[in-house]
Design a protein around this ligand. Structure first.
Ligand code: SF4
Ligand code: FES
Length: 381
């Protein structure tokens, strides 16, 4: 079946994110996976994935991310890595480290994997394991981060920061120095998926965020003075910015995500948007990227409403995040409420004010990402 032709064409999808599975042994309450996990129980076969990698590569895709869920639960991961290498991709494994072994790291190296990113939940065992929903997670992550470096991999350590761990930022950075990370990502969670449900329980206060940024800057200076090449990447919570950035560099411009069941998305969260997303089992990547309405919808500026339509920043930030605009207003075309010019910006101010209350926001338990909790969302957008 051909997808309807849409006039505007685009450059190639440079970045292919393969969400191999939504299965995961951990239960992070800020996971960006969909809330209704059960709906995506089916997974593409090895042959399907390799076909997708080949089609995207032919179009010019250069980076291939293996993600999930936890991609290590796929038994064919080494085979998929090898296929990516043979096609000429630069590949990156994004993992919790749970299920990783010394032998698997060696096999991935032999198969041609370029880069490993290990995520941690905190710098101390108790907090890490509480957030991860697993008593064994921290010890395993430590062991595997050490092993990744022992096998000479460039390593990114990723800490999703939030109000429960951001005050430990000095200890987090110390741990990264000890583990000899090459890059450290300290990024407050983006509030999609499970993080949206838990937003008030996760959003740090402005004071917490400013303290953490100052500590990070101090460490940057110390690292530079000591000749330590470790790079600290601190991502400010977007709720404390005045203007949004171009989420995904603008939808349909650079990023292509394929979900476990083969649905093609212009960003990992886009499935919540009221668009028809094609599946790689029915269409080629070229047909999807060039012709699918879901990929063309936000190309160009015609879709924009005021105040974006007449704003001088529109080509730079593309009106901000479409998923956030939809989640907060029910309309995917409006200005991202993060923007101070948005008529919905009051929702952001209210969230900031709740986060600033000394005792924290109204206490509500964190909703952990697991199948039991997912059951309550089945059928919801
Ligand atoms: Fe960006 Fe729209 Fe805000 Fe202008 S009004 S800064 S284009 S989000
Ligand atoms: Fe989808 Fe920002 S997360 S556009």
């Amino acid at each position: 079946m051909m997808l309807p032709d849409v006039p505007e064409s685009a450059g190639p999808p440079l970045w292919l994110l393969a969400e191999l599975t939504y299965r995961c042994p951990l239960q992070c309450p800020y996971c960006s996976n969909p809330l209704d996990l059960q709906k995506d129980a089916t997974e593409l076969s090895t042959a399907d994935w390799i076909r997708v990698f080949g089609q995207a590569r032919e179009m010019g895709a250069a980076q291939l991310g293996f993600s999930g869920g936890e991609p290590l639960v796929r038994r064919d991961l080494t085979e998929l890595i090898r296929a990516g290498r043979e096609l000429g991709y630069y590949s990156n494994l994004i993992t919790s480290g749970i299920g990783l072994t010394e032998r698997k790291i060696a096999a991935f190296r032999e198969a041609g994997l370029d880069h490993i990113q290990v995520s941690f939940q905190a710098s101390d065992e108790e907090l890490n394991n509480w957030i991860a929903g697993s008593e064994k997670a921290f010890a395993q992550k430590l062991a595997m981060a050490r092993e990744v470096k022992a096998q000479n991999y460039p390593m990114v350590l990723n800490f999703v920061t939030h109000r429960h761990n951001i005050d430990q930022i000095d200890k987090i950075i110390e741990l990264c120095i000890e583990l000899k990370a090459d890059f450290v990502e300290l990024a407050t969670c983006k509030h999609y998926g499970w993080a949206w449900e838990n937003r008030d329980q996760l959003l740090p206060s402005r004071a917490q965020m400013e303290r953490a940024e100052a500590v990070t800057n101090r460490y940057r200076e110390q690292l530079a003075a000591a000749g330590n090449p470790m790079k600290l990447i601190f991502v400010t919570p977007d709720y404390y910015e005045s203007y949004p950035v171009a989420c995904m560099s603008g939808l349909g411009r650079v990023f292509l995500t394929i979900t476990p069941d083969g649905t093609a998305l212009p960003c990992h969260s886009a499935r919540i948007l009221p668009l028809n997303f094609p599946n790689v089992k029915d269409h080629s990547i070229e047909s999807i990227w060039q012709h699918a309405e879901a990929f063309n919808h936000f190309r160009g500026n015609d879709w924009m409403q005021e105040p974006c339509a007449s704003c001088e920043r529109k080509d730079e930030d593309r009106g901000g995040c479409r998923c956030q605009a939809f989640m907060m207003t029910g309309d995917m075309h409006v200005t991202d409420p993060l923007c101070v010019k948005s008529p919905h910006h009051g929702q952001i101010i209210e969230a900031q004010q709740r986060a600033a209350e000394p005792a924290g926001p109204v206490e509500k338990p964190l909703l952990f990402r697991n199948m039991k909790n997912a059951a309550r969302f089945t059928g919801k957008p």
